[in-house]
Design a protein around this ligand. Sequence first.
Ligand code: AMP
Ligand code: ZN
Length: 668
Amino acid sequence: MADSIFTTIESLRKELHQFNYAYYVLDSPSISDFEFDQKLKTLQSLERQYPQYDDPSSPTHRVGGTVSKSFPTQTHEYRMYSLDNSYNEKDLELWANRAEKTLEEPIDFVAELKYDGASISLYYENGKLKSATTRGDGFQGDEITFNVKTISDIPLTLNGDYPERFYCRGEIFLSRARFERLNAQRLEQGLDPFMNPRNTASGSLKLQDSAEVRKRGLSALIYQVVCSEPVAASHFELLEKAQFWGFKTSTHTKKCASLKEVWEFISYWQDHKQDLPFEIDGIVIKINSLSQQQTLGYTAKSPRWAIAYKFPSTAQQTQLLSVSYQVGRTGALTPVANLKPVLLNGTMVKRASLHNEDSIRKLDLHENDFVYVEKGGEIIPKIVGVNHDLRPSGSEPIAFLTNCPICGTALEKLVDQAIHFCPNELHCPPQVVGKMIHYVSRKALDIENLGSETIEQLYEAKLLETPADFYTLSREMLLPLDRMAEKSVQNILQAIENSKTVPFEKVLFGLGIKHVGETVAKKLARTFPSIDSLMQAPTESLLEIPDIGEKIILSLQSYFQNAENRHLIERLKSYGVQLEQSGEAKEPLSDILKDKTFLFTGKLSLFTREAAEAMVQEHGGKNASAVSSKLNFLVVGEKAGSKLKKALELGTVEILDEQQFLDLISGS
Ligand code: AMP
Ligand code: ZN
């Protein structure tokens, strides 16, 4: 009896999966909605009566109802990169030429629509959907499996010759029709309408109740298969296979033998994108051959084998009113464009970053130009182009400032850098204040409760001019300041007192010497027992320290040559600030890799194996000699072989490339 029930349940599930596939993927329903609902209800009631036969892949799980209080973070086995952007034919040509030059052979392209939604990584094992994770920062995202299961375009079980384990990546979005229907409903209920389909789609994925997610009616299209097994020779073939396994792929994807064909595809969709049932914000062009993709590899941010072409209309046009400049702690100047306010993806934009002089020149930006602004990954939008047709006559190119906008000192620019900076380190107000804010920061002297506003007030009241002045502050000086009570004054004074026990390496970092970051400061403080011995160190002995190069040495020397800096150091010493090693045992650079084991394999190109192993130790990790279930990370260089294979078989080892390893130890 029980067996025959199980058989019925299984066959209902199979039927429903097939109907679902016919309906959502092939777009040709094989039974009526009514029949479908009847069968689903029968299955639901059987599963309720016989809970022992429940299966997370059953089509009944699409109905939703699981409430997630929070979504666990999941690390991506393969990093989810972003895409480089291009805005015209020339950008595309440059990209293709570069690839062709590396490959030294002809290339075929695949052109795809760039769906405007939220990307998702779907993990399948033995033909069953195991987990679904958002892109997050590309290294790790939120696991939202329950919510994703409610999306009918995403198969829960697969057909055919799928690989044992692999990832499918795609975009989850809301069709225009669904979006309009949702908004009509919301207006009826007296709720504010949603701003745009993209934000609504990504917001819907994070709803706590998966039954609510189901009601939103999200769609999905798959655009990539990531698998360690050689399943196909080309990206296009892989997509065809994926469709056969049960995934929904776009019918508009096109193989292109030349850039000319790619450009025709782009032009066509530029004119016809409104005819699509969903929004796209561009076209993605990929190199078809998977072995060519592998040869090209990745930059720190994106694959070299793919590029996005962004439609100009996704950028908004507005007018440049003026350019202003911000001066940072190190004296670096950042130009900022002040714009005529414009609505961009639902927010009013008034300013955009211009980065530096080179980027202004590259844009060929003139006064009062009409510009295209776009929101990238950053909070501050950027200018992506200029509408030359609307340039006011007689408008001059934007000339970069020659003098600091705050203190008037002539700006300097290093030969090998694009950045201008104000060299008046010791007296340019934002630099002076910035240095003091840096001095009290958590990784430096960690003087809690002393915020940047308080420091600014004290600076304006001429009570603070260098970090040494912190040690002369008194209750009487602090109390009259805005929002300062007896208790907070006590806390500040106590924290300043406590900073006298902060170890030398942190004090050295806190001085804010150019190019002396946290790690460099640690290395210096461990090599030289005191600031005096560091000041007297000959160049040769500085050069012997790993990773300490000429740039750092020059910066140190010019810092110590300055009489005001030497005076500061003497004063800090006199107040009892630690300017020498306290003689305690060396601690590692960080414990970021604590309890983690690493193994390196293949041909490494960013560092040697010895250096890599030393880095692991310096950050509290351990080096392993072989792949085993105890291994946490395998870092693979080129031509990795049996170790990689073994690690993949185990499935418990996280695979990193060299850049990912560096990102990991730098904590980014
Ligand atoms: P961006 O966020 O501008 O760096 O663009 C990368 C994103 O484009 C990916 O994370 C995907 O979510 C999305 N995307 C949309 N359509 C495609 C496609 N056909 N191929 C690759 N990525 C796509
Ligand atoms: Zn200045």
